[in-house]
Ligand binder design. Sequence first.
Ligand SMILES: Nc1ncnc2c1ncn2[C@@H]1O[C@H](COP(=O)(O)OP(=O)(O)OP(=O)(O)O)[C@@H](O)[C@H]1O
Ligand SMILES: [Mg+2]
Length: 484
Amino acid sequence: MSAPAPIQVLLVEDEEFDVERVRKTVRLVNTRIHIADVVSNGKAALEFIGQRNDRYDVVILDFQISGGLRGEELIQKMKELDPLLQIIVITKMTMNMTDLAFATSLLRAGAFWYCTKYPGNIEDYIYQPTDFILSVYNAYEKRRLEKQHQKSDRRLMKSIESMLEAKKIQGTSAPILQLREAIERYAKSDANVLITGASGTGKELVAWNIHLKSRRKFESFVPINCGGIPPELIESELFGYEKGAFTGANTSKPGLFEVANNGTVFLDEVSELPHPAQVKLLRVIQEGEIEKIGRRGALSVNVRIIAATNKELSREVSEHRFREDLFYRLNVIPLDLVPLKERGTDILELFTYFLGYFSADMNMPTPEVDEKAKEILLNYRWPGNVRELRNVAQRLVLNTSGRITAKDMTHPMILRTSPLTDEVMSVQEVGGGQILPLKEIERLFRTNYFKYVRSISSSDSNAAERLGLAPSNFYRMCKELGIK
Ligand SMILES: Nc1ncnc2c1ncn2[C@@H]1O[C@H](COP(=O)(O)OP(=O)(O)OP(=O)(O)O)[C@@H](O)[C@H]1O
Ligand SMILES: [Mg+2]
C-alpha cells in the first residue's frame, strides 16, 4: 500500500520566528504534513487559495497578522472560496486565554480549531506538538468526510433530477400551468393531498412530482393500491405484524407505512379502503402512530399522505361508504385534474412528446403527423385521457412508418372508440336533443357525416370513393348540403 498523500497546508503568518516554530512542530511528522506555502497577510492568502480550488487541505492562520484583512472576516472569505477548507487559528499566549466568547466567535466564523502559541522563549515548538499535529490530522479528516458527503449528496441530487425529468408533467394549457404551480407550492408543505381526476389523467404522476420536489425526496415513495389488496390482507399490508401474532406469522413483517417512514405514502384508489383500515388510517394521521398486529404499544411513524381517487369522495362520504373525519384529514390540499379533452392543444403537444419518446425508444425516426390526423386527435373524446393518448402514440409508432395520416388514425386498432360514434352517430347530439322531422335529421346527419369523411380523407375523390359514390354525385350532394 502506498503512503497517503501529505496534508497540504497554507501557513498565514507574518513573523519569521513563528513560521520557523510551526515548521519545527510539524517536522516531527514531515511526511504527513506539508507546509505548501507561507504568506504574510490576508490578501495574499485569498489570492493563493483562489488560484486553484482544492489546493490546500488546512490553513494555519495567525490571528494577529498585519494588514487590514484578518480574523473573522478573513476566515469567512477563505470559506467562501473553498467551503471545505479547514482553518486552525493560532494566537499569542498573552491574549484571550480564557475568553470563551472569543474562541466561539472564531468557530462561528468558520474556523475548525483554535489554539494559543507557546511564549516566545520556547523556540522549538509553537504549541504542544502532539496536540497541534492531531488537530491538523482531525481537520484533514473532517475535510475528507465533508468531501465524501458532498459527493454522495451530489449523486443523490443527480438521481432525483433524472427521475424528475423522466416524470415530467408535459403540457402548456392553463390547467397544466396552474397544476405545476400548485405542485411547486404544496411540495414545500407537509400537508396531506387528495388528488381527484378521471382514469389516466396523471394522478400518480402528480403524486411523484410532489414527492420528488419535497423535503422528503431522498426518502421512500411508497404507492399502495387500496383497491388491489384483498380486504382481509389490507391491515397487515399497511401496518405489518409481529412474529407470532397469528398462526402462520413465522417472521415479523413491516407494514408499508413503516417502510415509508420519513417519506411519502401514495394511497391510490383510496375510496376502496375497507372500513376497519379507514379507522386505523385516521389514527396514523391523528397520532402519527401505527398499530402493528401483535405488537404491544404503538409505533411512531412520520409519513406524508397523498391520496388519489377517480370517484367523488364527498359523495362516498354522504352515502356512508367513506368516513367523513378521514375525508377531511386527507383533503387538506385538494388537486383536481381536468380531463384531457379540456386541455386544448395539450393533446397535440403530448402526442408529439409520446411519438418522440417511443420512436427514440425503438431507434426509429419520429413520424410526421398530417393536418387531418391532427384534427381527429383534437376532436376525439379521449375517455382514457393521457394514458389512452400515450397508448395510441405507441401503437402508431409500431404500425406506421414516416407519416401518420387520417387513415392510420381511424384504423380500428388505434382509437379505442371510433371517432364516428363521438361525432356523428349520437342521436341526441345530431338533433341537439330535439325530435326533428325525419327529413331534417337526415340532412343534419348527412352534413355531419360528409364533413367527417372529408376531414379524414386525402382528397374529395378519395372521400367519394369511401362513401361509395361517383365523384360527380359526391360534388352535387356536397353542394346541396352547403358543404362546398
Ligand atoms: N401531463 C403528462 N405528461 C406526461 N405524461 C403524462 C401526463 N399525464 C399523464 N401522463 C402519463 O400517462 C399515464 C397515466 O398517468 P397516471 O398513471 O399518473 O394516471 P392516473 O390518473 O393515476 O390513472 P388511473 O386513475 O387509471 O390510475 C402514465 O404513463 C403517465 O406517465
Ligand atoms: Mg393511477
